[in-house]
Design a protein around this ligand. Sequence first.
Ligand SMILES: [Zn+2]
Length: 465
Amino acid sequence: MFKQRTIKKSASVTGIGLHTGSEVKLTFNPENGNGGIRFIRKDSPGSIEIPADIDYVVDTTRGTNLEKDGIRVHTVEHVLAAVAGLGIDNLIIELDGPEPPICDGSAAPFVNVLLEAGIIEQNKPKVYLELDKPVLYSEKEDGLLKELVAMPADDFHLTYMVDYQKSNLSSQYTVVYSLEDEFATEIAPARTWTFLSDIKTLRERGLIKGGSLESAIVIADLDLSDGELDELKDLFGVEDRIELGENGIVGTQPLRFDNEPCRHKALDLIGDLALLGAPLKAQIFGARSSHSANIELVRRIRNVCVKKQSEEVPSSEKVLDIEDILELLPHRYPFLLIDRVIDMEPGKRVVALKNVTFNEPFFSGHFPGHPVMPGVLIIEAMAQAGGLLLLNTIDNPQSKMAYFMGIDQARFRKLVKPGDQIRLELEMLRMRMQACKMEGRAYVDDELVAEAGLMAMITDREISK
Ligand SMILES: [Zn+2]
């Protein structure tokens, strides 16, 4: 995940908002610039736009709510978890009501439409937030400690644990090692949940108007009489009698994961961390945190984190310019056949450019009136790019030289003419001791013009003066 991401085309989800109970349509729209994640309330005067940013958080009662100019978007965490979990950096989230639809209480419906819309990489490096020291937050509520810790790390990892000391919810634990590999399948489908004892209170506070047994797991932490069960039946608006299922789960829907409640808490935290406005490189440990604790952690991280651009530079920018190349390669005019290196992963691959101009000395003899770049010189340009890759893979490159020992399977596919820009792409297949095998391809306007296998070797450079 090195380049910023958005989606290819718009995609929508419709449904009921959990707390407000109103029907709403949410539409994800591509954001091809660098504007981050923004909500737009289409139904508000002037279509108020609210950035998904910690600065706009106004309330964290059973959900994370954003507000700007008096206009709110309620319960943003599941949508934001889907967006952040898929590594999307720029996106417009349009709503025609005050709250995203709750759907099945998980982030899966959002993930599914985003994946269907197609996630695309933009030509901009990702900007990460990094920590140089641990960030901690804890608070005590009802005698239970809620704890959050963010430690400096080279990527995002999350370890989460719940333990409410209630008989029908066991102590649970989950780990997300890689959002890219695990979020969509392991975390996004985990549904929101609540204790039965909380439902009445929430209703009394005017919340969860749109809640139902289809949109949440309800965990029975009470021994209920038949009369109370009937009362709940009315509250949920269900026709059938409410049954207490196995594991203390109300209703008959099976759990999607044994530790689904814990996974959902991890999902909520991923959604709240998205309010940092950029992906975070940190190892997070969380226990029993609520949205208010999550938001406090996000505030603390925001105060100490440092923005860093990803190491991969977009293709429009250079990694090595001609000065850098002259320092590394012994070749000089007219035999230096690389102008720029635009991408370099030491030990893996290099992408270099050669602008072929009419003034190249070889055109005068190859052939007069019909200038064509000699194929062997394309291979030589490839070898020079490969030499740069090799030298960037070893220590003290200035005191070494890369010699080519063999060319294999060279093929010339198309003619290269004055005005063409050759893009040379080399991959390192093997590197043993000082010897290495590479595979090279040359393109003009994305069309393959030549390819070859190259063998090279590193030796000490003899400095003669
Ligand atoms: Zn949630």
